[in-house]
Design a protein around this ligand. Structure first.
Ligand SMILES: [Zn+2]
Length: 248
């Protein structure tokens, strides 16, 4: 397994994944410069406009979105119309569709087979402990991907530098991940548990056989980049999109 760390680059308001970009894909995470793309803080019409502008600028027909519920369901993006289904991951083999998962502090996970389907998942502590990255890889493989070719990128999210959780949540994570949680949960500076979302998702992707994994390693709270975060900010907090698409 090859692990690429801290490689994402900011260009035109988007933090880009170089590993996925090298495959001819558009893949990355939108910053505040492009406006809020989802969430309940900014008006829905404004978010619609921001997504339409994003798709047009990148040369895509539209941004496919989901009603994210912190679960582990994966849907076919080609079937998603204007009534968004409840799911936290999707896939497509169709060029021209831009998959967009909303995230402020949760992890956007972007995966591609260079010669096959692509997918995106939204993984907070819930999705991560339910192994949604594994569910997405399994779905891609069922739909023609060769796991030995897959490239996965773990986007910006709240990092192990900042993600302090309570004991109840830590217990749920331990329960779901079992022995795998040993290296992922540790005591923070004040003794409260910290959950390492980046390593957790990298571990799952490695376990399921993904050979190339790229970690952005930018923390949405302390990373200093121009990214929306739910935490650590007094003003109105928007939501960015983790995006992946194959241009026509
Ligand atoms: Zn941080």
């Amino acid at each position: 397994m090859t692990l690429l760390e801290s490689t994402w680059t900011l260009r035109d308001g988007i933090l880009h994944s170089p590993a996925l970009g090298a495959l001819g894909l558009v893949a990355g995470f939108t910053t505040r410069t492009l406006g809020s793309m989802a969430g309940g803080v900014f008006p829905l019409a404004e978010q619609d406009r921001n997504r339409i502008a994003l798709a047009e600028r990148l040369g895509f027909e539209r941004v496919v979105r989901l009603r994210q519920v912190h679960g582990d369901s994966v849907v076919h993006a080609d079937d998603v119309g204007t009534a968004w289904p409840e799911a936290d991951a999707m896939w497509t083999a169709t060029p021209g569709l831009l998959l967009g998962v909303a995230a402020a502090d949760c992890v956007p996970i972007l995966i591609a087979d260079p010669a096959g389907p692509i997918g995106a998942a939204h993984a907070g502590w819930q999705g991560t402990s339910k192994r949604i990255a594994v569910r997405l890889v399994e779905t891609l493989v069922r739909n023609g991907a060769d796991v030995t070719r897959l490239v996965a990128a773990i986007g910006p999210s709240i990092g192990p530098c900042c993600y302090v959780i309570d004991e109840l949540r830590a217990a749920t994570i331990r329960d779901r991940l079992g022995a795998d949680s040993a290296d992922l949960l540790f005591a923070g500076p004040d003794g409260r548990p910290v959950f390492d979302l980046w390593s957790a998702n990298a571990q799952q992707l490695e376990q399921v056989g993904v050979p190339t994994i790229e970690r952005c390693d930018v923390c949405t709270q302390s990373g200093g980049a121009d990214i929306w975060s739910h935490r650590g900010e007094a003003g109105r907090n928007g939501t960015g999109l983790g995006i992946i698409g194959r241009p026509r």
